[in-house]
Write a protein that binds this ligand. Structure first.
Ligand code: B12
Ligand code: SF4
Length: 611
């Protein structure tokens, strides 16, 4: 549901002049083919308001051009985080827009509509910059969020749902939802780290509970939370309790996708535990986000992580309550080197993170501190415009696809271009081998029995197979080539395994190749361990792969291994074990691949249980 644009309209409409003189005819919530859409607009529009994010900016610019061409008198208002607050050339670059709104848009939007109605020039409106005039001073924040009517409680969303479903039939709806705005932190890579967003403003609890009632009634599957720190406020626990109650009563909302608080870890745990104990499965794991574990980088990005010792105890606490956690890292951050990046991964694994690490490629957005030239100069950062990630895009999606763009960093003062590419490939290989399970138990065995750190194992694997004509070597080469070309802006992100295939994330694609060539994989891994470490590992390699779920296998399985294998990889002192998997009703290869390598990847779905 289109939250930001709904707020603009509903706040403006509180004014009686706006209410009497304006009417919303259409709300565009998907990327319809532009020419057809513009031609078939129900009435010639007087005003079009467009909400711009990294994922729709190219589309929106094109849409505005077409509207302006066909309806030259239409005023086009643009807002959202993709409007660069400091860009003095904004209207030279984008003449299709008439006025740009900065930061929170509600007050400005209302005033713009009033000025248009009164035939007045669009100047002197706080929080905006206007064609032909300079940049205005940065906006101030809205003090009272309650002044914005709720798109849920006013029935505005019902109107949108009815309209869309009348055209397209029943849909599965996702609600983007905020209970507050702002974040007290100042991370330099994030728009919300800007001082502008530093203060927290809140919606009232009473309104929130009523909105959750609506979500339950309307059978909303997925709630994507905008709050930057779920669990930070005491009331987040009460709100979660209410969502749990609703899900127990009505089955909805099904998923409450939250970005977790960086502080108040005790309450975050209590919230996750409440959901676990209620069996409501609202959260897809708890993020233990660090982004980096390098002190120099932490300082450069103004990020204060919770201390390693505390992180260790939390990861273990979650593990013992069987709540999955995952950790996020970003590469290449300022001050980070190839080595410090790897050390960070090792620290996280040593803290007990055995479920998932997401390694995100650093992207620069205009309004973040990192988006400013002075910051990039200070850290020797060079970035280039590239396509926004296109993972899981299908060939049908690509029909009339407008490629969205972002900026990726290809060099920093502490990492050369080659090291940055190497870091991306290293991160891919680590997650593929360890967190998708292909060598998880082999790596645990090598660490427990031979004291070989997981990061060194992967470094050796990368060195050993690079340039070889082998299954693993070819996967590395293909991935390296594709990442390198995407970083140069030459192609979309992701990998198609055959003609008309969707764009898999690189690790997902290699999982499929490993799955299809398990015998070859087994042989190559055993040869590698023998050649590099002088250790015979056929059995532990076999065990590692037996623990990787295969939908064609009938579980449970009874299997025998040596004490040495089981003791050093899973700490079990037995020779006969039962291997099982929780999957139900996965009968097709497509379901198997999508669930294991996409939807449930963070929840260790690859992993069989053992007893
Ligand atoms: C929800 C969310 C997502 C959801 C998107 C769901 C959806 N389709 O709506 C998901 C999880 C998918 C997502 C993904 C990503 N996101 Co995100 N996300 C957010 C988040 C948390 C909330 C956005 C939101 O709706 N807020 C609520 C609205 C009401 O607030 P608002 O957006 O600030 O809008 C206000 C003003 O901007 C203005 N306004 C907005 N539109 C308009 C229009 C008009 C006409 C006017 C007048 C005013 C106006 O008024 C609004 C109310 O005051 C923000 C962070 C945040 N807390 O805002 C990041 C944020 C938008 N995401 C960001 C980024 C970078 C990403 C990713 C690239 C992350 C990554 N590295 O992979 C991906 C991109 C995914 C992709 N490939 O498409 C950046 C975007 C910067 C940008 N320039 O767009 C943000 C700001 C966070 C950050 N790191 O800085 N994201
Ligand atoms: S990354 Fe998260 S914690 Fe840091 S400023 Fe952005 S929203 Fe706040």
């Amino acid at each position: 549901m289109p939250l930001a644009i709904s707020y603009q309209w509903l706040y403006a409409q509180v004014d009686s002049t706006v209410q009497k003189n304006y009417q919303v005819i259409d709300v565009l919530i998907d990327k319809k083919p532009i020419t057809d859409y513009v031609k078939t607009m129900p009435v010639p529009p007087d005003v079009v308001a467009i909400s711009c994010y990294i994922w729709n900016w190219e589309y929106n610019k094109e849409l505005a051009k077409h509207i302006k061409k066909l309806y030259p008198t239409c005023k086009i208002i643009v807002g959202g985080p993709q409007v660069d607050k400091r860009d003095t050339a904004f209207f030279l670059k984008y003449p299709q827009f008439d006025i740009a709104v900065l930061g929170e848009g509600e007050c400005a939007f209302r005033e713009i509509l009033l000025k248009i109605h009164n035939n007045r020039e669009l100047v002197d409106i706080p929080h905006t910059f206007v064609k032909g005039y300079g940049i205005c001073k940065l906006p101030t924040r809205l003090k009272d969020l309650e002044a914005i009517p709720s798109p849920i409680l006013t029935g505005f969303y019902d109107w949108i749902i009815d309209k869309v479903e009348a055209e397209k039939g029943k849909q599965m709806w996702q609600v983007t939802y905020e209970t507050l705005r702002g974040c007290p932190y100042s991370c330099t890579f994030c728009d919300i780290g800007d001082d502008y967003w530093n203060k927290i403003t809140k919606f009232e609890l009473d309104r929130i509970y009523k909105e959750i009632d609506w979500m339950a009634e309307k059978k909303i599957e997925y709630v994507s939370m905008c709050d930057s720190n779920w669990g930070m406020l005491k009331r987040d626990k009460d709100i979660t309790q209410y969502v749990i109650k609703k899900k127990q009563e009505c089955g909805y909302p099904k998923v409450w996708e939250a970005t977790w608080a960086k502080s108040n870890s005790d309450q975050v745990y209590e919230i996750a535990k409440m959901d676990k104990d209620a069996g409501t499965d609202l959260f897809r794991g708890v993020t233990v986000s660090v982004q980096t574990l390098n002190d120099v980088t932490e300082k450069a990005i103004k990020r204060t992580n919770i201390k390693s010792k505390k992180l260790y105890s939390y990861i273990n606490l979650y593990d013992s309550a069987d709540i999955s956690t995952y950790t996020e890292l970003i590469w290449p951050m300022p001050g980070e080197t190839y080595d410090s990046f790897k050390q960070g991964i090792q620290k996280i694994v040593d803290m007990g993170q055995k479920s998932w690490i997401a390694i995100n490629a650093l992207q620069i957005t205009f309004n973040a501190e990192m988006g400013q030239q002075f910051y990039q100069n200070e850290h020797g950062m060079k970035c280039r415009e590239t396509p926004l990630d296109s993972y899981h895009v299908t060939v049908d999606d690509l029909d009339q696809y407008i490629v969205e763009k972002t900026f990726h960093v290809y060099e920093t003062a502490t990492a050369s271009q080659d090291e940055i590419l190497r870091g991306h490939v290293y991160g891919y290989l680590f997650v593929l081998c360890y967190f998708f399970g292909w060598t998880f138990y082999l790596m645990e065995y090598m660490k427990n029995k031979h004291d070989i750190e997981q990061i060194d194992f992967i470094e050796s694997l990368l060195n050993y197979f690079t340039g070889t004509n082998s299954l693993i070597g070819n996967e590395i080469k293909e991935t390296e080539t594709l990442i390198s070309e995407s970083l140069q802006g030459k192609r979309l992100w992701g990998r198609q395994l055959h003609d008309n295939d969707m764009y898999w994330d690189y690790k997902g694609a290699s999982c499929i190749m490993f799955y299809k060539n398990k015998d070859k994989l087994k042989q190559e891994l055993a040869n590698f361990v023998k050649r590099v470490y002088g250790i015979s590992s056929e059995e532990i390699v076999r065990f590692s792969l037996d623990m990787c779920y295969d939908y064609k296998t009938k579980y449970p399985l009874i299997k025998s291994y040596s004490i040495d294998t089981l003791q050093n990889s899973v700490g079990i002192q037995k020779t006969e074990v039962v291997i099982d998997h929780r999957a139900k009703n996965i009968d097709t290869e497509t379901d198997f691949k999508n669930i294991t390598y996409i939807y449930q990847r963070r929840n260790r779905f690859w992993k069989c249980s053992i007893s």
